[in-house]
Ligand binder design. Sequence first.
Ligand code: 4AZ
Length: 321
Amino acid sequence: MKLSFSNFLILSASSIASFANAQDKIVGGTEVTPGRYTYQAALVDGSGSQFCGGSLIGAGYVLSAAHCAGGVSAVQIGRHDLSDSSEDFENIKVVKEIKHPNYNDDTLENDIMILKLESDSSAQPVQYDTGSANTSAGEDVTVMGWGTTQSGGSASDLLLEVEVDIVSNSDCESDYGSGQITDVMLCAARSGKDSCQGDSGGPLVIVGSDASSDVQVGIVSWGNGCADPSFPGVYARVSEFTDFIECVLSGGTDECGNTGLGGGDDWWGDWDDDNATWGDDSWGNNTDDWDDDYGFGGGIIDVIIDLIYAIIELLSSLSRK
Ligand code: 4AZ
């Protein structure tokens, strides 16, 4: 994951400290029963190396963390032992990384992304929490991945899982410091157990009787070290992103989740939403629109249009004051 410089300093110190009580799995976990988590996805780069996790939420869509964006080449669904190339799994090319438009890579707010796949997976997807799951402090939740088995340690070839307890946002904020844990995050911890580097983007679920009854409540996002008793693991809180997820699953892309330019409930946002080909879709942001078709793609025209939108949005917000 990405770390701010101050987090990096804390992480460096805490990884030295946690070295002393290193655990041996995900951190403190166990090997998954192969095939249990049908929806678990390995995100791989151009050379086929796994670097993040994800979860199948619809036949053609994988949910992951925005901080995993940039080089997702394909997803592999149905994997268990990454060192076993003879495994029977789906390798599906990614055609678009749809990051939440308000993802902030300093604060890691809105650390959510959906990958659009070139073709459908036939695996059982996971249900995602739209607000009815119980995410009270103390609830048991499970996280899985091929990430490192200790902070700064080496990754696991085998898919590992670990059960942790939900920690309230207020307790988590007292651990991390004021303002660091917002409503769009969810924390979880248990002594000696945690997600870690390389698990990012993977699902945190309330386990049901089988894959079809599991409910995903979190996405592995960040933390200071791993299984450090002073710092819970931090996850994107899935129920806060129902609109974003449903917009993407119904075919949307760059306009989804946009509460800023061309999104919000100010007069400009409303007008722009009504005129849906402006601002969000056809102009400025996209890679396959008229301006790109006419050869200006991603260039100065986009910048100028975005600037005009920014000015309009600013004037609009001033007029609301
Ligand atoms: C990471 O670096 C990371 N303990 C993921 C999860 C956690 C810490 C770090 C949570 O991707």
